[in-house]
Design a protein around this ligand. Structure first.
Ligand code: ADP
Ligand code: MG
Length: 243
């Protein structure tokens, strides 16, 4: 889907990420886990085209027509909803300025999939944090993104809401055959969601470990194999000597 080839980013003399190489495979969940300040959001902004790398390149696979421009959906840590638009209008905002002929129908469909069909007239201030983030996910999904980028989308939520939204996201992942690049500092979240985990560490941030997570889905957080993976990723993040 996309190849991140030796990406480096510096702000002035401060090097933030160095020599990042990574492939994002179609219809898989690639999770990047790392501590705060390791350059995760920087990489995500570069992928989204919001920022340029200092060196290196991002290569998108072309489709059969040779078109490389990806259709991206982005979900940030804060829902970033328009306060003057209701839930439905915020979701329809995802279509962009040109709008879309089927927009009303598709917005309804996605609102139902995120469980907000009865809240379409609500305004952002009337929503809980979890509901607001579901609106943000719906807004990204109406674009039918070829790649969905998520930057710590659940980290401002309480633990119970977070794990519910993780499960919910995986239902949407299966239903829409999504390709996701998900950034988090939460190890349990990484194991719950991923096909592949990459661990980014250091300053400048570098990918120091990669894990292929072969646990079947849906995943139980109580499964001993799940806990073994958590331990492994934690060890990789903290001491750096494991495989
Ligand atoms: N626009 C910027 N100018 C200068 N430094 C920046 C800028 N954006 C991010 N940084 C620095 O880059 C480092 C990585 O930031 P970030 O990518 O947000 O990390 P993460 O998302 O992993 O927490 C931080 O130390 C941050 O201070
Ligand atoms: Mg960040």
């Amino acid at each position: 889907m996309v190849t991140i080839d030796r990406i480096t980013k510096a702000y002035g003399s401060s090097s933030v990420i160095a020599d990042l190489r990574l492939s994002i495979e179609p219809q898989q969940v690639t999770v990047m886990v790392g501590t705060t300040g390791s350059g995760k959001s920087t990489l995500l902004r570069i992928l989204a085209g919001l920022e340029r790398p200092t060196s290196g390149e991002i290569r998108w696979d072309s489709d059969h027509r040779g078109i490389v421009r990806p259709n991206l959906g982005i979900v940030f840590q804060e829902p970033r909803l328009m306060p003057w638009l209701n839930v439905r209008q915020n979701v329809e905002f995802g279509f962009g300025p040109a709008g879309h002929r089927r927009s009303a129908e598709l917005a309804d469909e996605i609102l139902e999939q995120v469980g907000l069909e009865s809240f379409s007239d609500y305004y952002p201030r009337q929503l809980s944090g979890g509901m607001a983030q579901r609106v943000a996910i719906a807004r990204a999904l109406v674009r039918k993104p070829s790649l969905l980028l998520l930057d710590e989308p659940f980290s401002a939520l309480d633990a119970l809401t977070r794990s519910r939204l993780q499960d919910h996201l995986m239902e949407l992942f299966a239903r829409h055959s999504l390709t996701m690049f998900f950034v988090t500092h939460d190890i349990e979240e990484a194991v719950a969601l991923s096909d592949t985990i990459v661990v980014i560490k250091g300053r400048p941030g570098q990918i120091q470990h990669r894990f292929r997570i072969d646990l079947p889905r849906p995943r139980s957080r109580q499964d001993p194999a799940f806990m073994v993976w958590k331990e492994r990723v934690l060890a990789a993040l903290t001491n750096g000597d494991s495989p």
